[in-house]
Every structure is written in structure tokens, then in C-alpha cells.
Design a protein around this ligand. Structure first.
Ligand code: G4P
Length: 300
């Protein structure tokens, strides 16, 4: 795939007229604060429930969580599995299992797969529960925190998992002031604020994949460039889907392909030229919503 991807992309910013290269870099503020909060919260929990985007399971996680969460039980949820290729969902599940995590494919939006998590929590925390029992501690619930990068589906998941039936347990002695726990059942409590991790942008392709799935602010991205980059990747990984969706053949270059999509979808400017921005928007929407098919852009 590398030969398709150039490192020098165009990016808009306030200091120029849009003719600067798209670096797919994004420096969120509050990074240090987020890490500090995470370190503080991790001390309070037994189990980390980490959400990743099944379409890009590596690019959508911050590997620092492995260090931050050392010694904690771990569940990895391949969220948005409804949008990802089922073949690769299974491969990624095996990949994370080999790394010692307990894994499930879920769709937080519909709740599919979410019920199975309770059983998995018991499995993931078996050692801790056993240790507690030996020390004579019974009925101490497992405490878990949901973590993930922005937009991966943490709030949707917490709503779907905790549902309406849950009760907030309020502050307790020994718990940092202001922390709220959601009691899911007598064996499990969830910290109500998810841990926000930031993606790592050391590799330009990570930033690009995050932009593809819509986890980077589209306002700082030149849409036509992004669409052309996506076309390069799709030509490699899912060539038939694009042809079928727009009823076109692959052209020599992504620019020409974008023009073909614009023609096929009747995207015209007032002066009867092709509206490539509109065509780019259509392509990105079709990809992000799954209308192009279930696609996984990273392979284990
Ligand atoms: P966050 O807390 O981690 O930042 O993410 P959040 O729950 O806000 O979810 C981000 C977007 O992802 C939401 O879409 C949400 O509906 C969608 N989403 C979450 N889980 C899944 C899933 O498993 N499958 C699919 N297809 N989508 C999922 P949105 O467009 O921002 O809102 P909405 O229009 O869906 O309400």
C-alpha cells in the first residue's frame, strides 16, 4: 500500500489560503491533563475496557494504555464491527487475544454483542476474584473503566451497557472526590467518565486512517485530498466495491477516479464544471456509513 501513499498532503490552516500540504497531524490540547487523569483513575480500577474501531484497530488506539494499565485485567471491544469486514473482525479478535486481552466484537449503537460482556468480565477478573476470596473478601464488585480515543463510541457504549436500570453510587470513602460509579450489577461497577486516550500520530498513515473514519476534524482537512487518498487505499483493498457503487471503472489516477464519481453522481458546479468537493463528500459519507460495504483498512 505504501507506494500509493505520499507523505506530503495538503492541509488548510489559518495562516494560508489552503495551499499547504495535508500533514494529517493533529495536536489536541489537554494531552498532559488527560494522561494525569488516566493515571489517577487507573489506580482505582481492576479492569480496563478498551474500545477500538474495528475498521482500524491499531490506529484507533493509543499503545500507552498497555504501560498505563500494566497489571490490570483487560477487555478489548472491537466496536463499530457492523462497519468492518467480518473476516478481519475475527482476525483482529485473535490478534488481541494473543496479547492477553479478552475480546468481543460489538455494535454499541444497536447493543449487539454487549450482553456477552458480563460473562467476559468474570473471566477477565477470575484471578482477582480468586485472590479476594482467599483473603476472605466477598461481594466486592469489580471496578472497571472504559477507555478509548475520541469518537470510538465510549458514550454510546456506556449508555448501551449500563442502560437506564443502573444506579449511580455516588462518592465513597477512599474514592477520589467527585468520582461517580455506575453499579451495573452486584458484581460490577463502572467509572461513569470514560478515559479519553489520544491517538498517536507518529506515523502519517495513522493520522490518515483516523481522517478516513471521521475522527479528525474535517474542517482542517482538504476533502478532495482525503477522498483521493481513500480511493488509493480502496483500490488496493476493496476495488470491486467502488466500481459497483458508482458504476464506473478504475481510472489511472485517483483524481480521475474522483471526476468519474462526480460525473456518475451528477455533481456539477454552477458553471457546469465538475463539483469535486461534493463528490468527495459523497465518497467519504458512503465509506463512513458503510454504504460502500463493510471494510477494514488495517490488517493484522
Ligand atoms: P465517544 O464517546 O467515544 O467520543 O463516541 P460516541 O459514543 O459519541 O460515538 C461516536 C459516533 O459513533 C456516534 O455517531 C455513534 O452513534 C457512533 N457509534 C458508536 N458505536 C457505534 C457502532 O458500534 N456502530 C456504528 N455504526 N456507529 C457507532 P454520531 O454520528 O456522532 O451520532 P449519531 O448520529 O449516530 O447519533
Amino acid at each position: 500500500m505504501d507506494e500509493y501513499i505520499k507523505n506530503d498532503k495538503y492541509i488548510k490552516n489559518s495562516k494560508n489560503d489552503g495551499n499547504v500540504k495535508n500533514s494529517y497531524h493533529w495536536y489536541p490540547g489537554h494531552m498532559t491533563k488527560a494522561i494525569r487523569m488516566m493515571q489517577e483513575n487507573i489506580k482505582l480500577i481492576d479492569l480496563i475496557i478498551e474500545l477500538v474501531d474495528a475498521r482500524i484497530p491499531l490506529s484507533s488506539r493509543n499503545p500507552d494504555i498497555d504501560r498505563l494499565g500494566a497489571g490490570k485485567a483487560r477487555i478489548v471491544l472491537l466496536n463499530k464491527s457492523d462497519l468492518a469486514d467480518p473476516v478481519y473482525n475475527r482476525q483482529w479478535a485473535d490478534f488481541f487475544r494473543e496479547q492477553g486481552a479478552h475480546v468481543l466484537e460489538i455494535n454499541a449503537k444497536t447493543g449487539a454483542g454487549v450482553k456477552a460482556i458480563n460473562g467476559l468480565v468474570q473471566e477477565a477478573c477470575r484471578e482477582k476474584l480468586e485472590r479476594d476470596r482467599k483473603r476472605g473478601i466477598v461481594n466486592r464488585p469489580v471496578r472497571a473503566m472504559v477507555v478509548g480515543i475520541p469518537n470510538v463510541g465510549k458514550s454510546t457504549f456506556i449508555n448501551s451497557f449500563a442502560g437506564k436500570a443502573c444506579t449511580k453510587t455516588g462518592n465513597k470513602p477512599g474514592v477520589t472526590k467527585g468520582k461517580q460509579w455506575i453499579r451495573l450489577n452486584k458484581g460490577l461497577e463502572l467509572l461513569d467518565t470514560p478515559g479519553i486516550l489520544w491517538p498517536k500520530f507518529e506515523d502519517v498513515q495513522v493520522g490518515m486512517r483516523l481522517a478516513f473514519i471521521g475522527s479528525m476534524n474535517d474542517e482542517v482537512i482538504i476533502l478532495e485530498e482525503l477522498a483521493c487518498d481513500l480511493l488509493k487505499v480502496l483500490r488496493e483493498l476493496y476495488p470491486e466495491s467502488v466500481k459497483e457503487r458508482y458504476d464506473i471503472e478504475w481510472c489511472d489516477t485517483p483524481d480521475k477516479m474522483l471526476e468519474a464519481i462526480a460525473r456518475s453522481r451528477g455533481c456539477l458546479t454552477k458553471g457546469e464544471g465538475l463539483d469535486l468537493k461534493k463528490a468527495s463528500g459523497i465518497l467519504m459519507d458512503d465509506f463512513r456509513s458503510g454504504r460502500l460495504g463493510r471494510m477494514t483498512l488495517e490488517r493484522s
